[in-house]
Write a protein that binds this ligand. Structure first.
Ligand code: SF4
Length: 346
């Protein structure tokens, strides 16, 4: 299928019929994955702290250091969570947290070393806001910071913190957070160092269609140069318990909005192999529909998830639920690892 440009993407996104858009995305999905397989990974989200100085307006997860709900995960709790993940045949932990003013690089490197000394598990962790925060705190370059984390045991980097890669939007929804260029630089440096990362997008706040397409374009251009992204994961802003959600003009996205963005992402990002359906924000049923709107991966079983849950959205799903949901759509169901190597068919 021929690559589309920004103008064509805008036309498709704003004016095409939903089912036509879905059909086009599904065709591309079939071209990239002709074997009819839908994958998922068994992993656990571990949030080492909920204290964060960024105070993003769309985030219901963070607490101030003085809050009675503030925490830093103990080693014992961390190890127990990893043991439970391995017992469920998990292959990865997604470890992320807030920007805690008292945690420095030593905390992160020692955390990684302790994990790697004890467990054989892929550590997918520390998204660009955390990497940039550490770099700034220790007067290091982004490259130096990633190298230090990698040497301590970091395997791959999640694309969190991208939201919408438009500084106009970021200034409204997360004024203290890193800007688009910083997110981009972390991803670029990681790819140059040979690490794989994911790319994400959170839509449905104050962005315009042009911002969504600009975001996809930045990611496509970097992927053309580096090939370092394993997957793209779009999800919608969850309004509950957030400062931004209190603005009456922001109602959150509908299922249709989600499917349109997902399908457009599949079509535009013709150089990224995998697009994830987000059952965590959309629920299992819509995630099943997403498999016909461009998605070929069901993401993670998320033995634990805290960030979306803080916004009042909580789907209780087991590994079996995910396997059954994929099977019910007629696709072959395969457990994968972080790098999309296929491990086990169900
Ligand atoms: S989204 Fe991340 S960076 Fe922003 S306040 Fe929440 S935890 Fe902090």
């Amino acid at each position: 299928m021929k690559r589309i440009n920004r103008q064509q993407a805008l036309e498709l996104f704003c004016n095409s019929d939903l089912l036509d858009l879905g059909e086009r995305a599904d065709l591309l999905r079939k071209e990239l994955h002709p074997e009819g397989i839908v994958t998922f990974v068994v992993d656990r989200n571990i949030n080492y702290t909920n204290v964060c100085i960024n105070e993003c307006r769309f985030c219901a997860f963070f607490r101030s250091a003085a809050s009675p709900e503030a925490y830093i995960l103990s080693d014992d709790d961390l190890f127990q969570k990893i043991e439970e993940t391995l017992a469920l045949e998990g292959t990865q932990i997604l470890i992320q947290g807030g920007l805690h003013p008292d945690l420095d690089l030593d905390y992160y490197t020692s955390l990684l070393c302790k994990i790697k000394q004890r467990f054989s598990i892929n550590v997918h962790g520390f998204s660009p806001p955390e990497v940039c925060y550490l770099a700034k705190k220790h007067d290091l370059t982004i490259r130096e910071t990633i190298k230090i984390l990698r040497q301590a045991g970091l395997d791959s980097i999640p694309g969190g913190g991208a939201e919408i890669l438009s500084d106009r939007v970021r200034t409204i929804i997360s004024p203290k957070k890193i800007k688009s260029g910083d997110w981009f630089r972390v991803m670029e440096e990681a790819h140059m160092l040979g690490m794989r990362t994911t790319a994400t997008m959170m839509f449905g706040s104050v962005e315009e269609p042009e911002d969504i397409i600009g975001h996809l374009d930045v990611i496509r251009k970097l992927q053309d140069r580096t090939g370092g992204f394993t997957a793209f994961i779009p999800w919608s802003f969850q309004v509950g318990n957030t400062e931004l959600g209190k603005q009456s003009a922001i109602k959150g996205s509908t299922a249709i909005d989600y499917l349109r963005v997902l399908a457009l992402s599949r079509i535009y990002l013709d150089n990224i192999n995998n697009v994830q359906a987000s059952w965590v924000t959309q629920g299992l049923k819509l995630a099943q529909v997403a498999l016909r709107f461009g998605a070929n991966d069901f993401g993670s079983t998320m033995i634990e998830e805290n960030v979306v849950r803080a916004a009042g959205v909580s789907y209780c799903v087991t590994k079996e639920d995910i396997i059954n949901a994929i099977k019910a759509t007629g696709f072959r169901t395969v457990q994968r690892n972080t790098y999309y190597d296929k491990l086990k068919e169900f």
